[in-house]
Design a protein around this ligand. Sequence first.
Ligand code: OAD
Length: 240
Amino acid sequence: MLVMTSIKAPSIVILTGAGISAESGIQTFRASDGLWHNHRIEEVATPEGFAQNPSLVHEFYNARRKQLHDPAIQPNAAHLALARLERNYPGKVLLVTQNVDNLHERAGSKQLIHMHGELNKIHCQQTGQVYNWDRDLSTTSTCQCCHQAGNLRPHIVWFGEMPLQMEEIYRALMACGLFISIGTSGQVYPAAGFVQIAQQAGARTVELNLDPTSNSAMFDESLNGTASQLVPSYVDQLLS
Ligand code: OAD
């Protein structure tokens, strides 16, 4: 009896960071003009900062949420290429983003995890209930679940908090055949450690970034250039 064997396409896990959205007009964090040069992390991106000055934290995220609604902010060629990869690749593709913008979903990506939360969502600190939110949030905004003001906060994972859907991410990393890291400086864990987990699982690892990063030596291949140039041509190669 003849048995047909098919070679399964290796599953792919992609990690993206602020660099993929830079050419869409969204600031990165650690560049000389980046967000962390004009704002103190402890003040705007920690639970302690929020407890101390919630208005300042709301102001910071309100400005960033508002920017997402600017018609000039659109997905770029790199976001679109990753959505095309998911649509046309014969195996599994999971996109894990550290970004809190919505450019991947607007480009058409569906298998997407926002491990650091989303600007267009908020949650109640008392019940954990998550709400879609596209306007300004303030200390007087009232919660639909507990009907109190002051309990709502941006649905953003702050320093010292656990990123979202980690079990699902680790499961995918341990089963992947290819791991691609795009536009991230590799300074923030646990995301910065994904390359090692994928490597231990036997995956090929590739970094696509504007500059070399402190993690570059860990990757099997590291290419430097803009995301809008590197990502579409890398996706073409994967699909050919
Ligand atoms: P960073 O600002 O640390 O790094 C952005 C990376 O993108 C840098 O390595 C740049 O060289 C690269 N880059 C810039 N422009 C690019 C382009 N056009 N094409 C390709 N690469 C480009 O941002 P992240 O690594 O995403 O977390 O930061 C990780 C986390 O730190 C963020 O999710 C955020 C931050 O604190 C929270 O706020 C919880």
